[in-house]
Design a protein around this ligand. Structure first.
Ligand code: GMT
Length: 383
């Protein structure tokens, strides 16, 4: 198949999943053309049958807000015509699904099936914004097939947007073969001093991540055990995290690591991963921690209970339960055997339930269904 994939190239799991999927599809026989305004995170040029097309947005004095959605749709048309794409796969509803549907209309009579993958905040946050809700609903209803990254997100989409449409769940995935060295390096530490426990949080530091909860949990753990916190990533609430750490007197125990391309380098030093989010459709960072044998303490929000098995690979507590999360963190940090057991179970679970091959097959089935759906609609339309 020839597949066009578009995604947000900023930090965030949707761009990571789109890139990993593109690579996996190309490595196993499909031809993949990724389109975005910048090279997405974790992109590598190594693969055959894998191409990147930059979407250039024209600046013009009249355009206070240059129309990226149109530039993207036009690029999709250009690439689909040149390469004969079968599928346009939009990761994240806004604006990608709408651009793909527009491209499909501009391409007619050349057929191309549109597949939209919902990632989370396109539904749980932006999906509530009246200025976007009709566009998101349109994107979902007019796609030939739609997927969500967790059952929780599928249900939220049906409930909140009231869309009557089949939505398949294709969970996010990890390429576990990426991580064995990180697992082997565990114990040989790059971060933290001897005897210190290392806690890690990775995110885009937006309010939904509740990063001040991360710092408050760390503060409580610090009262009991020597430890260090690694904050990985960047975003609007990083400065608030820094201020909170200073106010609580633990600033010198917090490392602001910034954005890292290979999270396993940091996870190799970790004893525990913290993700106390307000909402999380899936929590790819938590899955990556599990794949590196790092137990997770997280909120029980959204799709996290589908990823972290409470009491087996981590502990899940209600959103905002800083006390409970601190107790869970201390329980794991004080008990090396429990941590080892959770770590081993987490890696096994990541491989068995969230493997790359299963996800790629899942998406191939969805592509096939989208092509069938498009053919069915076309034959209905032509009477
Ligand atoms: O809006 C975001 O948080 C970014 C978004 C993204 O583009 O990475 O994250 C969402 O998609 C990820 C990949 O499917 C999921 O792992 C994250 O849980 C989800 N974020 C939220 O639901 C907050």
């Amino acid at each position: 198949m020839k597949i066009g994939i578009c995604c947000h190239p900023t930090v965030g799991g949707s761009g990571v999943i789109a890139t990993e999927l593109a690579r996996a599809l190309a490595e196993t026989g499909d031809e993949v053309h990724v389109m975005s305004y910048a090279v997405p995170p974790r992109w590598s040029w190594s693969g055959q049958r894998l191409f990147f097309h930059e979407v250039a947005v024209t600046q013009y004095p009249l355009f206070e807000y240059p129309p990226y959605s149109l530039a993207l749709a036009t690029k999709m048309v250009e690439v689909a015509r040149q390469q004969g794409l079968d599928i346009l796969h939009a990761h994240y509803a806004i604006p990608h699904a709408v651009s793909a549907i527009l491209a499909k209309q501009m391409l007619a009579p050349q057929p191309v099936a549109v597949v939209t993958t919902l990632h989370g905040t396109d539904i749980t946050l932006i999906g509530h914004d009246p200025s976007y809700i009709d566009a998101i609903r349109f994107g979902i209803l007019r796609s030939d097939a739609v997927t969500a990254v967790s059952e929780s997100l599928r249900q939220a989409t049906v409930d909140k947007l009231e869309v009557d449409k089949q939505i398949d769940v294709v969970p996010n995935f990890v390429d576990a073969s990426r991580y064995p060295e990180a697992v082997a390096r565990r114990g040989g530490r790059r971060w933290g001093e001897d005897g210190e426990h290392v806690l890690v949080h990775i995110s885009n530091f937006r309010p939904v991540k509740r990063v001040t909860d991360v710092v408050h949990i760390f503060f409580r753990v610090c009262q009991e055990l020597p430890c260090r916190l690694l904050l990985v990533g960047d975003g609007p609430e990083l400065a608030i995290a820094e201020r909170t750490a200073r106010e609580l007197g633990v600033r010198e125990r917090v490392e602001f690591v910034g954005t890292v391309a290979e999270v396993e380098d940091v996870l190799a030093s970790a004893d525990l991963f913290l993700l106390p989010s307000e909402t999380e459709s899936f929590g790819l960072a938590a899955l990556e921690a599990l794949a590196c044998e790092v137990p997770v303490v997280a909120s029980s929000a959204g799709g996290l209970p589908e990823v972290v098995v409470d009491g087996e690979t981590g502990f899940l507590l209600p959103v905002g339960d800083v006390e409970g999360m601190s107790r869970a963190a201390l329980r794991l940090l004080r008990d090396q055997e429990l941590r080892r057991r959770f770590g081993t179970a987490g890696r096994r679970d990541a491989q068995e339930r969230f493997g790359r091959e299963a996800a790629v097959e899942g998406y191939r089935k969805v592509y096939k269904r989208a092509l069938d759906e498009m053919a069915r609609r076309d034959s209905v339309a032509s009477g």
